[in-house]
Every structure is written in C-alpha cells, then in structure tokens.
Design a protein around this ligand. Structure first.
Ligand SMILES: Cc1cc2nc3c(=O)[nH]c(=O)nc-3n(C[C@H](O)[C@H](O)[C@H](O)COP(=O)(O)OP(=O)(O)OC[C@H]3O[C@@H](n4cnc5c(N)ncnc54)[C@H](O)[C@@H]3O)c2cc1C
Length: 380
C-alpha cells in the first residue's frame, strides 16, 4: 500500500520496522513467556520519537500525523504485540485526551514528559462491574476544598503497573449516571493511589494489566480533564482513536502470521516437495493476504479521516472489527499451515493467536463495534 504513503511516512515506517525487527523481534517470545515489561525497548522507542509521534514538537512530540502512528504501531506489533499495545495505550488513551481536552496549563505540565516518553501513561475507565457498559462505573470524585478526592477500583488497565500518569474516569454526580462522569489526571505516587492485582493473561503478556485502587486519593482541583460531568464524552472520543491503535496492532499480528506462513510453506517438505505446492496451502495464504489488505485499507481510511479532522467513529469501529478478526483468522491459519509445529512454542504462530484474541475484546468488544457501526448507519 506504499502508493498511499508520503515519503516521510515511508521513512518512519522503515525506521520503526528496522528497530522492531532487530531489537524487539529477538526477545519478543521470551518477554512474553516471562511476562517481562520491556522497559529498555520502551525507552529506545521514546528516543526514536515513537511515544509521541502524532503530537506537536512544542509538546515534545515528533510532529507527525496519525497515519504515521498507525504505521509505527503496526510495525512494532509485527514483532511484539505486547510492545504494540504499550505504545498504543500510552499514546491513544493517555496522551490524546490530554492533548485534545487539556487546558494550556495541563498540556504544558503533562505532555512534554509523556510525548517524549520520559513518562508512561495509562487510561482507566473499566471497573469490575463496568466493562462494555462503561457508564456503570462506581468510582467517585468529591470536591473537598481545592482537591478532588477519589475512591474506587479500576481493573484490566494496560500499563497500569508501569504508568506515571493515569487518565481516569469517576462519578462527580452519581445520580446523573453517564452525565455525571468526569475525567481526571492522576500522578503516580499520589497518596491513596496504588496498583492492585496484576492479571495473568493468555496473550500480550509482556504488557502489564492491573487494578488501580483509589482510597481517599486527593488530587489537585486543576487535574479535572475537560468539563465537569462531560467525562463520558472524553472517554468515547478517546476510544475512537484508541480503536485505530488496536486495529494497527491487529494488522501487525496478521502480517507476522502471513510472513511466517509464507517462509514455512516454502521450507517445509511433505510428499517430496514444499507444502507451498499444495493448493490448499496457497488458498489459505491468498485469503490471509486479502483479509490483511482489506483491514489495512480500513485502518488507513479511519486514520486519514482523523488526520483531516473528519468524524471517524464508524470508520474506527469498522477498522477494529475487521482488523481484529483478520488477526485471529490469520493467526489461526498460520497454525494450520505450520501443522503440529504451529501448536508448539518453538514457533511464533501460537503466540500470534494468543495475542490476536485480545484485539477482539479491548477498547470495546467486537459486539460493541457492531453496535457502534449499525447505530451510525441507522442515524445517517
Ligand atoms: C488485557 C486487557 C487490557 C485492557 N486494557 C484496558 C485499559 O487500558 N483501560 C480500560 O479502561 N479498560 C481496559 N480493558 C478492559 C476492556 O476494554 C473490557 O474488558 C472490554 O471493554 C469488555 O468489558 P468486560 O470485560 O467487562 O466484558 P462484558 O462487558 O462483561 O462483556 C461480556 C460479553 O458480553 C457482550 N456484551 C456486553 N454488552 C453487550 C451488548 N450491549 N450487546 C451485545 N453483546 C454485549 C460482550 O461483547 C462480551 O462478549 C482491558 C481488558 C483486557 C482483558
């Protein structure tokens, strides 16, 4: 799809792909197995400008666009989907809402360290009783003097255990439900804020997923992000961009599954020749490649719409729905092409399948994506 990219975007893509192949690829399987958060890799990505690609240089970003960010997340996820989601949750879910909804003071205070990658961000919306129904959250924020006092528990938070800055959502007017939710910026080490249980996961095991616990956690009044009681809108707008990040992560996984399958099909011999000679294998590869390219174009379309300031909620949901199902499809077929070896941890195909599954679930399950898409169609 080179013809759609600018020279600058292609250069960025080449740079991140080279880094991912040489530096992340060799350790991806091991960090996944050991559940090791790749702090050195994240630091190196920060040095390359990847932690703030789509944000202005005045805030420590690389001053590029969202399409470049999509390409970078895909290139990283091609080798390590865990690192892909670390970057995506940081950029799409923490940096983006501060950039979009923050006051000048908030942007000056928080963005330079986040965009330069000196600090890591996370986004805490989900709670044990509030998943797809995010508006059912129970965490509260009460104004006491010049502080907001937070109480509640968030769970399943990507980067939760490693983040320096959390963008969180709490009820400021509980009886108003979604119209009574506000968004806040919470800094690590604030008294009353701690990381709770770390989850043991099927895939993306090198990224942390944890509880965040708030117990009479007092934050400055000026850490309210966006308007009072308008936090649900902040969450929904933020998730639109996040879904493109997850679609990009899914593209990387699908690409890995296809590339490994092509290599294996040419190398593995049965019945006196390579298995790539069998039409059954050729058709699987053809379907994988076609699904990938369709998913890439949808994700590119959503990213381009975001870059050009257009409404892209439906496109983001379509991109995530299609790309995530493509990632699972391609990873599943990769195992089939690898035969018994696909089921063995010596090869990466089984890792791709475990990593792919989560892209159908987080930042809105694919059932919720179908609801978003159909709601847009019925409104149009
Ligand atoms: C590894 C991981 C990382 C995550 N990272 C973050 C993060 O950084 N920040 C954050 O805030 N959250 C995060 N999440 C939470 C994630 O976004 C939620 O898990 C997801 O939105 C689904 O919510 P749930 O798990 O409560 O499932 P539920 O909402 O309980 O859904 C269960 C099933 O019911 C279906 N369902 C629910 N409602 C409907 C409906 N109206 N129509 C049809 N079907 C429906 C769902 O599609 C699903 O199949 C993460 C989760 C995981 C597992």
């Amino acid at each position: 799809m080179d013809f759609l990219l600018t020279e600058e975007q292609k250069m960025l893509q080449d740079m991140v792909s080279k880094f991912a192949k040489e530096e992340i690829g060799p350790i991806a399987r091991k960090i996944q197995e050991d559940e090791t958060y790749p702090s050195d890799i994240v630091k190196a990505l920060a040095d390359l400008g990847v932690m703030g690609i789509a944000y202005p240089e005045e805030y420590g970003g690389a001053g590029m666009d969202f399409v470049s960010y999509m390409l970078a997340v895909e290139a990283i996820s091609r080798y390590c989907a865990s690192t892909g989601v670390i970057v995506s949750a940081h950029s799409s879910l923490a940096v983006d809402p501060i950039f979009r909804f923050g006051t000048d003071e908030q942007k000056k205070k928080f963005l330079p360290d986040l965009c330069s990658g000196k600090k890591l961000g996370c986004h805490a919306l989900t709670e044990p009783g509030a998943g797809s129904d995010a508006g059912a959250l129970k965490t509260t924020a009460k104004l006491e003097g010049d502080k907001w006092v937070l109480n509640g528990t968030k769970h399943f938070i990507t980067n939760g255990a490693n983040a320096d800055i959390a963008v969180i959502f709490a009820l400021t007017e509980p009886e108003q439900k979604t119209r009574g939710i506000s968004c806040f910026i919470v800094e690590k080490d604030t008294p009353g804020f701690r990381v709770g249980k770390l989850e043991d996961k099927l895939g993306i095991r090198a990224s942390s997923t944890s509880e965040l616990i708030f117990e009479d956690c007092a934050i400055p009044k000026e850490n309210l992000l966006g308007d009072l009681n308008k936090g649900f809108k902040v969450a929904m707008v933020t998730l639109d961009g996040g879904r493109l990040g997850i679609a990009s992560q899914a593209l990387g996984i699908a690409k890995a599954a296809i590339e490994d399958s092509v290599v294996y099909a040419k190398e593995r011999e049965q019945f006196g020749g390579p298995i790539s000679k069998f039409q059954a294998i050729q058709w699987m590869l053809a379907e994988m490649a076609t699904e990938y390219e369709a998913s890439w174009l949808l994700t590119y379309r959503g990213s381009l719409k975001k870059d050009t300031g257009k409404v892209y909620s439906k496109e983001a949901a379509m991109a995530k729905l299609k790309a995530s199902e493509t990632a699972s499809f391609c990873a599943n077929k990769a195992i089939q092409i690898h035969g018994g070896y696909g089921y063995i941890k010596e090869f990466d195909a089984e890792r791709y399948l475990r990593d792919a599954k989560i892209t159908e679930i987080y930042e809105g399950t694919n059932e919720i994506m179908r609801i978003v898409i159909s709601a847009n169609l019925l409104r149009e």
